[in-house]
Design a protein around this ligand. Structure first.
Ligand code: E4P
Length: 214
């Protein structure tokens, strides 16, 4: 399973890379807005740190505007994957970009039907948002299982990025379902690493070590 880091913060990416936990990065307009630096510079810096795909989202809502933005973003480097919202103009943009060999990540996916359409349009990646579905009282992870089934049934090439991850359980459940990728906030990587019995066990080992006589 691949781990992407869901952040536009370079410090978090540096730390994640040092731990060997970063196979790629996803950003979105909200994450980029927190950084107060030019979008292009942020993306260039991320690409220099990370070997894998780096998702950068368009903000146009019409196909032609999305295409213009996507072509500019793609010039930043081969790692750039253009994030396109799951709308009808978005699907048209995805189809055109796939013909131009520009990779896409269809974002804001909340149903199996949307994931099916995104795959048919030629999306390289599809991002169902589990946490935001959980917030509405629907079990987000059910959607991942359904999408995995549909993609397996028809051998779709689109990779599933489990997005809007809020806790360690999301990552573990995504792994059990065989999702290709989880895009994870930096904080959740730390939570995944932690177990109280590890801390208790380490304290005990160190205390016993201090008591040794030779
Ligand atoms: C996905 O690519 C998005 O950037 C992200 O996972 C959204 O997460 P949120 O619902 O916590 O904002």
């Amino acid at each position: 399973m691949k781990f992407f880091l869901d952040t536009a913060n370079l410090e978090e990416i540096r730390k994640g890379v040092a731990m060997g936990m970063v196979d790629g990065v996803t950003t979105n307009p909200s994450l980029v807005a927190k950084e107060s630096r030019p979008f292009t510079t942020i993306l260039e810096d991320i690409c220099a740190l990370v070997g894998g795909p780096v998702s950068a989202e368009v903000v146009s809502t019409e196909t032609e505007g999305m295409l213009d933005e996507a072509r500019e973003l793609a010039k930043i480097g081969e790692q750039i994957v253009v994030k396109i919202p799951m709308t009808v103009p978005g699907l048209t943009a995805v189809r055109r970009l796939s013909e131009e060999n520009i990779k896409t990540n269809v974002t804001l996916v909340f149903s199996t039907a949307q994931a099916l359409l995104a795959a048919k349009a030629g999306a390289s990646f599809v991002s169902p948002f589990v946490g935001r579905l959980d917030d509405t009282g629907q079990i987000g992870m059910d959607l991942i299982g359904d999408i995995m089934n549909v993609y397996t049934n028809y051998d779709f090439a689109s990779e599933v990025i489990v997005a809007s991850v809020r806790n360690p359980l999301h990552v573990v459940e995504a792994a059990l379902l065989g999702a290709d990728i989880a895009t994870i906030p930096f904080k959740v990587i730390g939570q995944l690493a932690k177990h109280p019995l590890t801390d208790i066990g380490l304290d005990k080992f160190l205390a016993d070590w201090q008591k040794r006589t030779q």
